[in-house]
Design a binder for this molecule. Sequence first.
Ligand code: AOS
Ligand code: ZN
Ligand code: ZN
Ligand code: ZN
Length: 426
Amino acid sequence: MNINKQQLADLNKTNLKNHQTHFDFLAQSLSNSGTDVYALLAKLAEFQVAIPSWALGAGGTRFGRFSFSGEPASLEQKIEDIGLIHSLTQTAGAVSLHIPWDVPNDYNAIKELAALHNIKFDAVNSNTFQDQKNQKESYKYGSLSNTSAAVREQAIAHNKEVVEIGNKLGSKALTVWLADGSSFPGQNNFQIALTHTQNSLISIYEDMPADWKLYIEYKPYEPNFYSTVIQDWGTSLMLANGCGERAYTLVDLGHHLPNTNIEQIVSILMLKGKLGGFHFNDSKYGDDDLTVGSIKPYALFLIFNELVYGMQNNPQNPELGWMIDASHNVKDPLEDLIQSLEAIQEAYAKALLIDQNALRAAQEANDVTACQELLQNAYRTDVRPLIREARLRHGGALNPIEAYRALEVRKNLINERGNKTVATGL
Ligand code: AOS
Ligand code: ZN
Ligand code: ZN
Ligand code: ZN
């Protein structure tokens, strides 16, 4: 199934007048207070987020998985799904692949298909958290940190192969997330495990093409419940520094212990020029991988405030790899991703509204009340007309979820692919 611009233009007509009223009002009041609305619209349109190939089907928990009808069965179909989301939102212009789940059969065909849908290949993800068929060594007790040199070698070789595959597609970054750790005190020697991990990462890093980046993800627990080798951003940063200039920390919003100040982590990493990638999701308890903005939208806004500050003030930090990392157990995965993209755009737009100069002045004057007012005035602005206008100007849908339903996208996918489908992935 494909969605064309004419279909969307027709659907948009129903909401157009209403939208115009809201947009004109907001644009006028923002201009009155000195905001360049057109520069803002351009920034929103520019902001593209990669869809992870594993988020297009229904996820599951350790208790079971209930698949969703019409799930993509191949890499081609995954790209088509992202194409649909991108047509509607104009924000999903990239994909993050996972190897070995998404190894292309025909590289040129996949590249052409992605180009047709205006989709770029963002970071590729390696997988040493599962054993693969015909694999000699097992990752049961870890991969890059394993006590066995043979296991480490196998995991290193896999990562190098992932880079090779990504390179043929035009990717420029490798994301490493390790499940390595221990479930019981005494099981691991922390120092040896970290040293092995550092050496393994250096070997992968040194093999990467010169224009590639390495993103190192951290996570405090799960699947191991006593310790993980890369437990926090400090450990990730140490490892990145140990590898070299093109190695960076990747922040996944769900990978923190409760109440961690994620915006401060983001800020400090950008100051050090070491924030490389980002995994968006939301959570109440742990790595819940829920829809972005569904639980803590204010925290997301505060994080975006620091991201915007960093993008404007930290030339030492590279352009970030923006990715969603979510799992959908009870919603249509495509609807869920559309909601996530909307929440990301909303938080970004609100952060762009913060008067940074006034904030700096209030901070310098220790005017705590004014600081809070400045943040919250931006947060309380309904920026949806701006996001809709940015989409409209690029041929997207004024209301992507409404359009998705009006065009009966899921019904069409089920007709094409069948009712009992299971996407490759987790
Ligand atoms: C795992 O918890 C990490 O968030 C990974 O980034 C990601 O979910 C995984 O690579 C997907 O398989
Ligand atoms: Zn992640
Ligand atoms: Zn995760
Ligand atoms: Zn997560």
